[in-house]
Design a protein around this ligand. Structure first.
Ligand code: AHR
Length: 341
């Protein structure tokens, strides 16, 4: 190689190494660290979404008067456990409104996240609902309704009790197109369930079907039995009355005891009950009930889902009515094993 060529090569190499040395440094491979805002700039607060693990829910159950109620309590407790909520405050008011109100006040005092109230009667909730509202605790009315202004509670989840009464009336209309006299064994006086069923029943029963007498059995077997006995002392089964509308299966089972003692046979009277419990299904299989209007107690999943939505300020439905049906003796035996309550 000639000296001039060697010189050109050396100069070229020198130039390249100088250019490399002066080049800007490579971009960092990690994301840039955010610069902190000046002290006087308020940072936007993004609240983390609440989960079931954050939830304390108060359920002042109205009592343990029926198989329906037992299934409702179990649904609430089992769902709370399954979802892993922080705390379920469950109490039994023994069918006394004052006990439910005291339980609610204790929950308000404790600062629970949500109260889910199955009210024993419709009236008399305004004061305690206002207290819950003032404390910022949303209340979901469960099962039976209240007469309070809807602005005092978040939502109602439960059955359409008037529709249940209408469905029962349709059964009597079908059975007695030429008219009949019937008795009514009603639920707890003043309760949304009893008032709604009675209202719906009267709205749809044919004019030629006479409601001869109506008495409450307070939704229990024990109280229904003497009421039915008193009816049988006053009226002759089959002659004075041909059917009975009974507001729940437990009262129906109490009434059957009285009917059996009086020598009435299954099928002598047309009996329609409400609930669709296993006991009601058995009464259909045994020939005592000719129809059982469903009232579904398994409300736990809907209650907790709505409670979580309320805790997160999400939109909710103001009323969720349960989808229900009517059961008949023809397939009662087949369905009984799959009944959950
Ligand atoms: O509110 C629902 C009613 O209450 C059910 O029909 C009855 O069985 C229960 O006691």
């Amino acid at each position: 190689m000639k000296f001039s060529k060697v010189l050109v090569l050396v100069l070229a190499l020198l130039t390249i190494s100088m250019l490399v040395a002066c080049a800007p440094t490579a971009a960092p491979t990690t994301a840039p660290v955010a610069t902190s805002a000046p002290a006087d700039t308020p940072m936007p607060t993004v609240e983390a979404k609440k989960t079931y693990a954050d939830m304390t829910l108060c359920y002042p159950q109205l009592g343990a008067e029926s198989d329906w109620r037992t299934a409702n309590s179990a649904s609430i407790k089992e769902t709370a456990e399954k979802l892993g909520i922080k705390q379920l405050i469950f109490s039994d008011a023994q069918q006394k409104q004052e006990n439910q109100i005291s339980a609610m006040r204790a929950c308000i005092q404790q600062g629970v996240d949500v109260i889910a109230l199955p009210p024993v009667v419709e009236d008399g909730w305004d004061a305690v609902l206002t207290e819950a509202q003032n404390a910022g605790i949303p209340v979901i009315i469960v099962d039976r309704s209240v007469s309070a202004d809807p602005s005092l509670y978040a939502s109602h989840i439960g059955s359409d009790m008037a529709l249940e009464g209408e469905r029962a009336a349709a059964e009597f209309n079908k059975q007695f197109p030429d008219g009949a006299s019937i008795l009514e064994l009603s639920g707890t006086t003043g309760s949304g369930a009893a008032e709604g069923r009675a209202r719906g029943f009267r709205a749809k029963i044919n004019a030629n079907i006479d409601i001869l007498d109506s008495q409450t059995g307070n939704f229990t077997r024990a109280e229904a039995l003497p009421v039915m006995q008193a009816f049988l002392n006053k009226y002759e089964a089959g002659t004075d009355f041909q059917g009975i509308f009974i507001h729940n299966d437990d009262m129906g089972i109490g009434a059957i005891e009285a009917l059996k003692s009086a020598g009435v046979q299954p099928g002598d009277l047309f009996i329609v009950s409400v609930d669709g419990t296993r006991g009601g299904f058995q009464a259909m299989i045994d020939g005592w009930f000719q129809a059982d209007v469903e009232c579904n107690p398994l409300l736990g999943p809907q209650v907790f889902e709505m409670a979580l939505a309320l805790m997160n300020g999400e939109p909710i439905d103001r009323e969720i009515l349960t989808n229900e049906t009517v059961y008949y003796p023809d397939n009662a035996e087949e369905l009984l094993p799959s009944r959950q309550y």
